[in-house]
Design a protein around this ligand. Structure first.
Ligand code: TPP
Ligand code: SF4
Ligand code: MG
Length: 300
């Protein structure tokens, strides 16, 4: 996937003054998303940490158009924007629906499923920090088994993370890709590709969150890299039905090397109560999924 001659533009669309926490993975990723999509972007977003990044009306550090919508409505709002642009004959805009895991895996699933089934011409980005962070780290269906949250404070979460990427794959979007904020070039290239396609393009973006996961603010990139290098997060894309591993996940598949998940888990306070048996079971799940991806990529 790496395109060494693609220059990342110097122009910035996130200006100084965002209100996200220090070390926020979302901010790192959003910077490259907007560099790829450019100034004719309209983002529609529900309440979440991205709203915090966008700031309080009438001031914003973000230099693209944005619409704030209700929690369950991100994809419906995007579909309305697409229809409105068409009806008024305005060309050249990219419509993006962007929401957190709570606003996607839980509350936004119906509107997104409908829009994807109709092949609405837009990009949907789910940034996944694995809990309802904006309101104080409540569990979502994207929170992994074994994690402590403020709604699973004594016993860690018992249910496994919902496989939302598989749900979206079943909708057969024109493009589906996974990214992680620790790999900005991979994000940039995938968004550049998605921008020029028609139909529904779905991006799953993994964003480490220092206060929600319990790690120091200078470790965000290390955390993201460790997620990928242990195969807890796998970087891939599906284009015209063809599955391909990309970036670091592809080099790992070729070298046959991946790190034990414990190296990822022990960096985060939220997993401090996991027992050795739970860590073993987590490792087994990761291994199983990794093998499935290798088979899909025809590398096994
Ligand atoms: C209908 C509705 N329910 C609850 C809320 C309160 N609320 C605002 S942000 C938020 C958390 C969103 O979580 P997620 O989508 O994962 O994004 P994150 O905050 O993690 O970035 C909640 C519950 C709301 N704004 N609207
Ligand atoms: S709570 Fe997490 S995702 Fe939200 S702004 Fe802070 S670091 Fe970013
Ligand atoms: Mg979240």
């Amino acid at each position: 996937m790496s395109l060494p001659f693609v220059e990342i533009p110097d122009r910035e669309y996130i200006l100084p003054g965002t209100r996200t926490c220090a070390g926020c993975g979302l901010t790192l990723a959003y910077r490259y998303i907007l560099k790829a999509l450019g100034p004719k972007t309209i983002v529609t977003l529900p309440a979440c940490c991205l709203t915090i990044l966008h700031g309080i009306y009438p001031k914003t550090p973000v230099a693209v158009n944005a619409v704030n919508t209700a929690f369950a409505s991100t994809a419906a709002s995007a579909a309305g924007l697409v229809a409105g642009l068409k009806a008024t004959g305005q060309d050249g805009y990219v419509v993006v629906g962007m929401a957190g895991d709570g606003g996607t895996y839980d509350m936004g699933i119906q509107a997104l499923s409908g829009a994807a089934e109709r092949q609405t011409d837009f990009i949907y980005i789910c940034y996944d920090n694995e809990a309802y962070m904006n309101t104080g780290v409540q569990r979502s269906s994207a929170t992994p088994e074994g994690a402590l949250t403020t709604t699973t404070p004594i016993e860690p979460k018992k249910q496994p993370k919902k496989d939302f990427i598989a749900i979206m794959e079943a909708h057969r979007p024109s493009y589906l890709a996974t990214c992680c904020s620790a790999y900005p070039r991979d994000i940039y290239e995938k968004l550049l590709k998605a921008k020029d396609m028609g139909g529904t393009r779905f991006i799953h973006l993994y964003v480490p969150c220092p206060p929600g996961w319990g790690f120091p603010t200078n470790k965000t990139v290390e955390l993201g890299r460790m997620a990928v290098e242990t195969a807890v997060v796998v970087l891939f894309e599906i284009e015209n039905g063809k599955f391909r591993l990309t970036g670091r996940s592809l080099t790992m598949a070729r070298s046959g090397r991946k790190k034990p998940v414990e190296e990822y888990l022990r960096l985060q306070d939220r997993f401090r109560k996991m027992t050795p048996e739970q860590i073993e079971s987590f490792q087994r799940d990761v291994n199983e999924r990794w093998e499935q991806y290798l088979k899909k990529a025809e590398l096994l």
